[in-house]
Ligand binder design. Structure first.
Ligand SMILES: Cc1ncc(COP(=O)(O)O)c(C=O)c1O
Length: 437
């Protein structure tokens, strides 16, 4: 069938609430290239929202799937256990930041992992409140949607939301909530957490602060190096747990296995998903043993969590990251993308900010670099033209004016360069049609 015929089939069967970025339907994919049903090849600059870090159809992933499919596909880990689940938990416990002994269990999606992390934090502390950040994204189930900040499209019309959630600004330097400048500011915005204990909720009632070490959907906002350490210290002063949402940043994306390593912070609980399952639904909840073991037997769990195929693929993902040096590769990719964007920023004032860490790089588009008014319309047109020009891409940002780059960490040099050339040509094209140089 053609893309057009499949779009008709979609319209006849799928509700319009399900995201539809472009009328493109995949037939096959290999590493960083996706071929559609009409044989057109696309460069994948989105990796299924940061999932395909080891590329599409990596031979070791394919082998893991085939091996497990031949053995068995499901028992429910709670009824009959299996080794891939245990080995993958062991890996996460080993790699999780900090030296405190860890425990891990698995769920199916990022949102489900966050749900479990909140349950455990509340159980372990016997406190009700959670503090989340502005511009944060934690998922679309009711608890996680309540933690998510962005209104459009996520929260519009879906209320009421969960209670006992409080929100403070993140260290978004380009749009500083205190209108200060780093480093002269001394990272004052971390103190907003302390203020929250007077303005919003008694510290003794707070179970956890949940933070993305780098904002994902919020637009790849990288906090100053000392920010997370300051947040952790304030948490410790009040026996509040720090939950790191590493769903987008984790498993090598930022050049470290987990982004919290950049900040030298050991979270009390960490959630992972996306790249962990190498394209299969899998999420992990990893935490300090004492906290994780506080929950009574059978207090957490799910039918499909830690599916054997997904776990075996997860082990292959760790193997690929280690054997192919993908942490170092993430840094190299990031440097190349950042260099290109920084050069483009000099030519195109619509690029207000270039930022990111490792292979997590974004541009924030603005109508005017002085006012920083978000250029959401430009971003939309630019992204659509990028698709037309053969680059699968993804937006971000509370104001829909960020374009983020999430390539597979296995992308070949020439494919990356080709993709960046298309980004550059498309920027010229969109700028010309928008009437800005
Ligand atoms: C930081 C973060 N947390 C949670 C989620 C939710 O994950 P899922 O879509 O697998 O439920 C996402 C998804 O984009 C995410 O980026």
């Amino acid at each position: 069938m053609t893309n057009e015929e499949l779009t008709a089939l979609r319209t006849a069967n799928i509700p319009r609430g399900v995201p539809a970025t472009a009328p493109v339907y995949a037939a096959k994919a290999k590493n960083a290239l996706v071929t559609d049903v009409e044989g057109r090849e696309y460069i994948d600059f989105a990796a299924g929202i940061g999932v395909m870090s080891v590329g599409h159809s990596h031979p070791k992933v394919v082998e893991a799937v085939k091996t497990q499919a031949d053995l068995f596909s499901h028992t429910c880990f709670g009824l009959v256990g299996y080794e891939p689940y245990l080995r993958l938990a062991e890996k996460l416990n080993q790699f999780a930041p900090g030296k405190t002994p860890k425990r891990t269990f698995f769920a199916n999606s990022g949102a489900e992992a966050v749900e479990n992390a909140i349950k455990i934090a509340r159980y372990a502390t016997q406190r009700p409140a959670i503090i989340a950040f502005e511009d944060a994204f934690h998922g679309r189930t009711y608890m996680t949607l309540s933690l998510t900040s962005q209104v459009s499209p996520y929260k519009m019309g879906f209320g009421p939301y969960a209670s006992e959630i409080y929100r403070i600004p993140y260290a978004y330097c380009y749009r500083c909530p205190l209108r200060l400048k780093y480093p002269a500011c001394g990272c004052e915005c971390a103190e907003l957490l302390r203020d929250a204990f007077s303005k919003h909720v008694n510290a003794d009632e707070v179970a956890a602060v949940i933070a993305e070490p780098v904002l994902g959907e919020g637009g790849f906002v990288v906090p100053p190096a000392e920010y997370m350490g300051k947040i952790k210290k304030i948490c410790e002063e009040h026996d509040i747990l720090l939950i790191a949402d590493e769903i987008q940043t984790g498993i090598g994306r930022t050049g470290k296995m987990f982004a919290m390593e950049h900040w030298g912070v050991e979270p009390d609980i960490m959630v992972t998903a996306k790249a962990l399952g190498g394209g299969f639904p899998l999420s992990g909840i990893t935490g300090k043993q004492e906290i994780m073991d506080s929950v009574h037997p059978s207090g957490v769990g799910t039918t499909f969590g830690g599916n054997p195929t997904a776990c075996r693929v997860g082990l292959a993902v760790f193997d690929i990251i280690e054997s192919e040096g993908l942490l170092q590769r993430a840094a190299v990719i990031g440097d190349r993308v950042r260099e290109r964007f920084t050069a483009l920023q000099k030519k195109y004032p619509v690029i207000g900010d270039v930022r990111g860490i490792g292979a997590m790089v974004a541009i924030e588009l603005v109508k005017d670099p002085a006012t920083k008014k978000p250029a959401g319309d430009f971003a939309k047109a630019f992204r659509a033209e990028l698709y037309e020009n053969g680059v699968i891409n993804i937006g971000a940002g509370t104001f829909h004016n960020v374009v983020r780059i999430l390539v597979p960490l296995t992308i070949e040099d020439d494919t990356l360069a080709r993709g960046l050339d298309i980004v550059e040509q498309t920027l010229a094209q969109t700028s010309a049609s928008a009437g800005c140089n």
